[in-house]
Structures are given as structure tokens and as C-alpha cells.
Design a protein around this ligand. Structure first.
Ligand code: GUN
Length: 300
């Protein structure tokens, strides 16, 4: 019997819709309250992938009508200088959201840098106050990538209550907050990771499978429950399959899921690129608006 192909969850479409909503809200805040949400993005060093992400964050925040500043600091910037910049941004009334692009160069203490951000301006949701608020079920600024995954899931599946969700990966940035969000949506949640015994069997239980491990095409077609919703957070650079192109050193981006195999089994799947990545920036803009409203004492 011919297998039905999974439906593509179009991240571009969902992200465009969310950005348009954010832009409309920014316009309303400006007109009604004289409030222009402001985002500061901090990049230390020359990491090529980070440079692309940071440029995109700056462009989209301007595109939504926000005040937007990008601080590009040299690779050898010291901890004190970075902490001084964060203190200045914390005190700057035009800035409502602060994002320090990760990873930072090795000589910098990432945890101390994140701890220095005012939790009310922590639009990345990485400060322990926001992480704790999420676990406690209190209003929080939530990390952008898992929030983007939740929006895609809700808009695709509707009510998630009672579904079995498996998150592969336990990072602070994605895996852990993703599990909390799914739990808050009444899913039954398993967090799997590199030490999980029989990972394929665990994945096969999932109605919702979120892959956030950073290993190209690790999740194969026979790990997926027929009809499942597969959310691929991975962004991995690999050589082209075509040996001629690979020999020229050409690379392409693939996810943590083997897309071709998974598409034959899953009910829905996010492509890479064109899936979750685009949602991350859109949610960052939404978080900045939320932070601006809360800081201004408006209902968020
Ligand atoms: N690097 C990759 N993804 C992210 C993100 O969501 N936030 C930050 N700060 N750095 C990242």
C-alpha cells in the first residue's frame, strides 16, 4: 500500500504571521502609549553562524517597527567589559529586551553573563528567574525556540492534552524548557538524551517528537510512530550528498531528523531549513513586546 507523505509544517508561513501580529502590536503601542519596544542584541566574536542569526534578529526587529541595537564586540572582549555593557542595557529605558548570542568565546563565563541580565529584559528566557517561573507555572519570558515549537504544534494539532511527547535533548536553551511547555499543555512528557537506553523505542512512543540534539539526521524513519508530529530543532552543516559538490567543500544545512525517511512515516514534519529556525526570531520579537508592556505596567 502506498505510504502517505507527512504534511509539511511551514515555519516560514507561521513566522510571517507571527511577525505581522507583532508589528501590528508595536504600531498600536506606539500610537496608544508612546511606547516603542526596544531590543539589544550582543554578539561577541566572529562565529559565522552567530553572525547570520544576529543580523536576522536586527533586521526583523527593525522590520516590526522596533527600536533595535546590535552590539558587535571583538573576540577578545573581557568579562568586565561585557558585564558593563549589560549593566548599561539594563539601565537603558529605550531597551526592553537583551539577548546575548550564544555560544560566547571560551574565555567568557556564560552563566555569569546571563545572570547579569535584568530578568524582566531577558527575552531569551535563560535567566534562572525566568527558568524558575516557567517550572512554577508563573508568567515568564520563555526561551524563543521551544516557544516557537509550541506555536507550531498548537497551530497544527490544536489541543495537545493527553498526547505522548518525547523531547530528545536536555539543553537549557531548548530541551528542558520544551519539556516544561509540553507538560504545561497537559502532554505526557519524556526527556530522552545521549544516555537513554533504546532511544529508538522511546521515540516510537511519541505522538509528538521534538529533536534537539545537534546531530545530523540522527533520528531515522523507523524511530517514528506512524502519524506522529515531528519537530526538528537541529541546524547542522554537512557536506553535500553529491560527491562532486562535497569535493568542492560545499555544505548544506540539515536537521537532527532524517527528513526523507521520516516524511514516509510521520503525519506532520518541520523541514530544515524552513521550519523551527524562522519561528525563533519571530518569538524573540514577541518576547520583546511582552517585556516592553510589562516594564511599562501594561497588560501583557
Ligand atoms: N544561539 C543559538 N540559539 C540561540 C538562542 O536562542 N539564544 C541565544 N542567546 N543564543 C543562541
Amino acid at each position: 500500500m502506498p505510504q502517505t507523505q507527512a504534511q509539511i509544517i511551514d515555519g516560514k508561513l507561521h513566522a510571517e504571521r507571527l511577525r505581522a501580529e507583532v508589528a501590528a502590536e508595536v504600531a498600536r503601542l506606539k500610537t496608544k502609549h508612546g511606547l516603542q519596544p526596544g531590543l539589544a542584541v550582543v554578539l561577541v566574536g566572529e562565529d559565522p553562524a552567530s553572525q547570520i542569526y544576529v543580523r536576522s534578529k536586527g533586521e526583523h526587529s527593525l522590520g516590526a517597527g522596533m527600536h533595535s541595537v546590535t552590539h558587535r564586540l571583538a573576540d577578545d572582549t573581557g568579562q568586565d567589559a561585557l558585564l558593563k555593557l549589560i549593566a548599561d542595557l539594563n539601565a537603558d529605558p529605550r531597551i526592553h529586551g537583551i539577548l546575548v548570542q550564544l555560544p560566547l568565546p571560551k574565555h567568557l563565563d556564560e552563566k555569569a553573563v546571563i545572570a547579569a541580565i535584568d530578568p524582566d529584559k531577558d527575552v531569551d528566557g535563560l535567566h534562572v528567574v525566568n527558568a524558575g517561573r516557567l517550572v512554577a507555572g508563573l508568567p515568564a519570558l520563555v526561551p524563543c525556540t521551544p516557544m516557537g515549537c509550541m506555536i507550531l504544534l498548537r497551530e497544527t494539532l490544536g489541543d495537545l492534552s493527553g498526547k505522548r511527547a518525547v523531547v530528545v535533548g536536555r539543553s537549557v536553551l531548548v530541551g528542558k524548557p520544551m519539556a516544561q511547555l509540553l507538560l504545561a499543555a497537559d502532554c505526557t512528557v519524556t526527556v530522552a538524551h545521549s544516555r537513554t537506553t533504546d532511544l529508538p523505542a522511546v521515540c516510537r512512543e511519541a505522538d509528538i517528537l521534538v529533536a534537539a540534539v545537534g546531530r545530523p539526521r540522527m533520528i531515522r524513519g523507523d524511530w517514528i510512530k506512524p502519524g506522529a508530529a515531528v519537530i526538528d530543532v537541529g541546524i547542522n552543516r554537512v557536506p553535500f550528498d553529491d560527491p562532486e559538490k562535497a569535493a568542492q567543500g560545499k555544505t548544506k544545512v540539515v536537521g537532527d531528523v532524517h527528513f526523507k525517511e521520516a516524511s514516509d512515516v510521520a503525519g506532520w514534519i518541520t523541514p530544515v531549513p524552513g521550519g523551527v529556525g524562522l519561528m525563533t526570531v519571530a518569538v524573540l520579537l514577541q518576547n520583546t513586546v511582552t517585556a516592553a508592556k510589562r516594564l511599562a505596567g501594561l497588560e501583557a
